[in-house]
Write a protein that binds this ligand. Sequence first.
Ligand SMILES: *[C@@H]1O[C@H](CO)[C@@H](O)[C@H](O)[C@H]1NC(C)=O
Ligand SMILES: *[C@@H]1O[C@H](CO)[C@@H](O)[C@H](O)[C@H]1NC(C)=O
Length: 196
Amino acid sequence: MAMAAATATASILLFALFFAGAHAEPADLPCALPACKTVGGGSQFFDVQFCLAALGSDGRSVSHCMDYQAYSFIAADLLAANVTATAAKIDGLLQDSGGRDGGGVDVDEATARCLRSCQALYDGTVRRQPGCAAAVRGVRKGEATTCLEEAAAAAREREDGFQRSKAASPVTAENQSAFMLAKLAVALLGEVYTNK
Ligand SMILES: *[C@@H]1O[C@H](CO)[C@@H](O)[C@H](O)[C@H]1NC(C)=O
Ligand SMILES: *[C@@H]1O[C@H](CO)[C@@H](O)[C@H](O)[C@H]1NC(C)=O
């Protein structure tokens, strides 16, 4: 009897946790949905879901309803954080590949070569991000768009290096995130101007 009650309580708890978890997803950002539908619905680069997940990952989004300008700042900041983290990951991978005895990830020679050229591209992108974010904040459309498009193009170029050498890229997911975040920021920025 007590056992059954305990089981029932546990199921209810799990049930509640499940829904709390499900609710923490994009549903948290209902007021960004129209904006994400506008920019993601017609995009060949990212979808509505990516837009919601990206904006939803930043606590500032909840207090901005359908504010394209705020969303574009947030996307630019997310891009900056993303490329900075990826550059650090690449540095770490290259360090590990230098000393195999350290028990790090095994990175083969071809991959290491590609990672070194990636590293140069990422470092360039990382250095440009504060200026890029400032241009987005200052709503300097031309400058901001060029800067963001450069970040997207750099992501594409990085992975081309891997495809050419047939080495497996350890940063494919990061490459895609950076590319889509840059395109998201460009699209949001585009809406700032059409709504003014
Ligand atoms: C990079 O962006 C993607 C997509 O928004 C996100 O899932 C990931 O957590 C971000 N990574 C970092 C380190 O910011
Ligand atoms: C990296 O991202 C770009 C942009 O989405 C894409 O063109 C390229 O195929 C990606 N590379 C890999 C290996 O996923």
